[in-house]
Design a protein around this ligand. Structure first.
Ligand code: SF4
Length: 675
């Protein structure tokens, strides 16, 4: 049976059908297309045209515009005419929820319509309904009747269609039968796809979005498997993580989800949903895609094929490991901060990685995003370190440090692959062993030294790869470990040779995210090449590191924050408040960017609390996924507050809504006073 990717060991695109959207070809190995969606009021023709142009000039190859009702659908004609008049022929996509009549108008005007199978025919009332099989089939017939006219219009006008499932807006019918699951998402789209195929309509793209990258990745994989099983072919896939938020977190979350799939050759078009102006989404998309535009060659080492996968790629299960000190087993993944490029490590250096020394009280203040280990290579810091922090050094330095009882508890050696077996002196408690997985010179036969370290209760493996297919090489090593019954914990070591902070973010999130989302990794250590480090340091000193979220960060701080963001995005370690904020669109009823910033500024100390900030009451509550609290626009100047899916304060004046949200957090014991 086809698993979900053409190759688990090298980059290979998944074959998909070719789809035509205006003059744009998508799928069938055409370049991965990048797209975005406008946030203006669709009735404001000029504003929508101008924003579309900003997106197109930034590189958008498709622009989506919301059409909540007939009048907006009709106005798409004016928008399209004005864009064409100004020389922009980029295909337009109408975004449809709840309104088949708007879809039927839009399909005659624009090049593509997006329908959400969760709300095209069904309504969502969060009800559990028991269906017999016969009743369920009747429901499918009802969908067929309502959906087929749109399919026929698309066929007649040469319009493409996206069947875009969202995890947050599955219909009550799907939820009742399949639950809130990735399988439910797949079935929701498949019901519509089967109807379209029965009409011999194939100009279709599919998506399976969720704000949780774990669910999103599983749903796309399952969808591919289902399509191959049922039709022996795949339709092109549009990738995205919904409500990813803004800034660094939004980028990391998007890259972890989208990048994981792209690494496996999955995805024909992508949209990064940020709570920022839509043109800012495009550079992130381009950074994600350009990783696959370079000539793809193995750097020499061939990664051995996987005969049988010893884990399920369709459900999250952390690889079974034993604990070595505070690494592995059920403990959250640790963060190792690489301080090896600092000329001298001082107490101030530790501020970058979450430890702030207060001379007045002679105490260290430790943040929620404080690294668990620092790697200092040949240096022994010449001051008393915070109690919880441990240090990784090279073996010869470790020997010196471990001469004292305190040093023995604080310092641990890092060995190079077979060096551990050959070493005379080792820690009784914790040894790190570096392995470059399937690089230029190695094959499986070169890992015989495994036998000497496998299941040694003091060994934590540090896996990295200099192979061009680095993620696949490390994943292949995990497969080997599982098949050989090796249960040592693993720290993922990822270096970046990229140049800009955005490129680094995407690189780290993709390479580590793809493994963490499959339950692989008990720790994470990010690094930079000398040249990248020099560039980041220079920009920091000039105070021009680029976008706001990374300005004024030293390389160490940037890397440490990114490591915690990746763990948060993959839901493997929660160290901060989680924001699920929609990117906004023509339905949005308040300034979403400003409001998100305001809410973030007063709640960003609430570790682990999930707060959704959604632009409209039509889609917002459904799309909030698993948020603990929701702040949803419900009319001009009005906000409705939710606890989970339940309305608790309706139509609150927006002037006082943030304070009311704080009150709600307090009433539910989710509030603590900021330090
Ligand atoms: S939730 Fe946000 S992006 Fe989605 S339809 Fe409403 S305003 Fe638009």
């Amino acid at each position: 049976m086809f698993l979900y990717t053409p190759s688990l060991t090298s980059y290979k695109r998944l074959a998909t059908r070719e789809v035509k959207i205006g003059d744009l070809l998508l799928g069938n190995f055409h370049p991965i297309r990048v797209q975005t969606m406008t946030t203006t009021d669709t009735m404001d023709t000029l504003a929508t045209v101008e924003q579309s142009i900003r997106c197109i000039e930034a590189g958008a190859e498709l622009v989506r515009i919301t059409a909540p009702s007939r009048k907006e659908a009709e106005n798409l004609q004016l928008i399209k005419d004005e864009l064409r008049k100004r020389g922009y022929n980029t295909p337009l996509v109408a975004d449809i929820h709840f309104t088949p009549n708007a879809a039927e108008i839009a399909a005659r005007i624009v090049e593509k319509v997006r329908v959400n199978p969760g709300n095209y025919v069904d309504k969502k009332k969060f009800e559990q309904i028991e269906y017999t099989d016969a009743e369920y089939l009747e429901e499918i017939e009802r969908i067929r009747e309502r959906f087929t006219p749109l399919v026929k219009i698309c066929k007649e006008y040469g319009t493409a269609m996206r069947i875009g499932t969202n995890h947050g807006s599955l219909s009550d019918r799907i939820m009742s039968r399949y639950g809130d699951t990735a399988i439910g998402m797949v079935e929701s789209a498949m019901e519509f796809l089967r109807i379209a195929r029965a009409e011999s309509f194939h100009n279709i793209v599919l998506s399976m979005k969720s704000s949780n990258p774990q669910v999103m990745v599983q749903a796309y994989r399952l969808l591919i498997q289902q399509m191959m099983q049922e039709f022996s072919e795949c339709y092109p896939l549009h990738l995205g993580v919904t409500e990813a938020g803004d800034g660094e977190d939004g980028r990391v979350k998007s890259a972890a989800g989208i990048g994981t799939l792209l690494e496996d050759g999955i995805g024909d078009t992508i949209r990064v949903s940020l709570t920022e102006d839509p043109e800012f989404e495009i550079p992130v998309c381009r950074d994600l895609v350009k990783r696959y535009q370079q000539p793809v060659t193995n750097a020499g080492g061939t990664v051995p094929p996987v005969q049988q996968l010893p884990y399920s790629p369709f459900e999250y299960k952390r690889r079974h490991t034993f604990a070595v000190d505070n690494i592995g087993d059920k403990q959250v993944p640790v963060v190792v901060a690489d301080l090896s490029k600092l000329e001298q490590i001082t107490p101030a250096s530790l501020e970058s990685v979450g430890y702030k020394y207060d001379a007045a009280t002679d105490k260290w203040n430790i943040s929620d995003a404080a690294a668990d280990y620092i790697f200092t290579s040949h240096q022994l810091p010449a001051f008393e370190l915070p109690g919880t922090l441990k240090v990784i050094v090279y073996p010869e330095v470790w020997k010196e440090a471990s001469l004292t009882a305190a040093g023995e508890q604080k310092y641990f050696p890092l060995f190079m692959d077979s060096g551990f077996a050959a070493a005379e002196a080792k820690s009784d408690r914790l040894n790190f062993v570096m392995i470059d997985c399937f690089n230029d010179a190695t094959t499986l036969n070169d890992y015989t030294y495994f036998d000497s370290i496998a299941n040694d209760p003091s060994v934590v493996l540090c896996l990295s790869s200099t192979n061009r297919n680095a993620m696949q090489s490390v994943r292949r090593m995990f497969v080997e470990l599982m098949q050989r019954g090796v249960h040592n914990p693993v720290v993922l070591m990822t270096d970046s040779n990229w140049q800009t902070p955005d490129e680094h973010l995407i690189h780290y999130s993709t390479e580590c995210g793809a493994l963490l989302l499959d339950g692989m990794g008990d720790g994470i250590c990010l690094g930079m090449s000398r040249e990248s480090y020099r560039l980041q340091t220079a920009s920091f000193k000039q105070g021009t590191t680029g976008r706001n979220y990374v300005s004024n960060q030293t390389p160490e701080q940037f890397i440490n924050n990114t490591a915690f963001s990746i763990l948060q995005a993959t839901r493997t370690r929660i160290s901060k408040t989680e924001y699920i904020s929609c990117p906004s669109c023509g339905r949005t009823l308040f300034d979403l960017q400003e409001t998100t910033a305001k809410i973030r500024s007063v709640t960003n100390h609430l570790k682990g609390v999930k707060i959704a900030i959604m632009g409209c009451i039509v889609n917002g509550p459904g799309e909030m996924a698993d948020a603990d609290f929701g702040y949803v626009g419900s009319g001009p100047g009005k906000i409705t507050l939710y606890k989970g899916k339940e309305i608790v304060k309706r139509n609150v004046d927006s002037e006082v809504a943030v304070q009311e949200l704080i009150n709600l957090l307090k009433e539910n014991d989710a509030w603590v006073e900021p330090a």
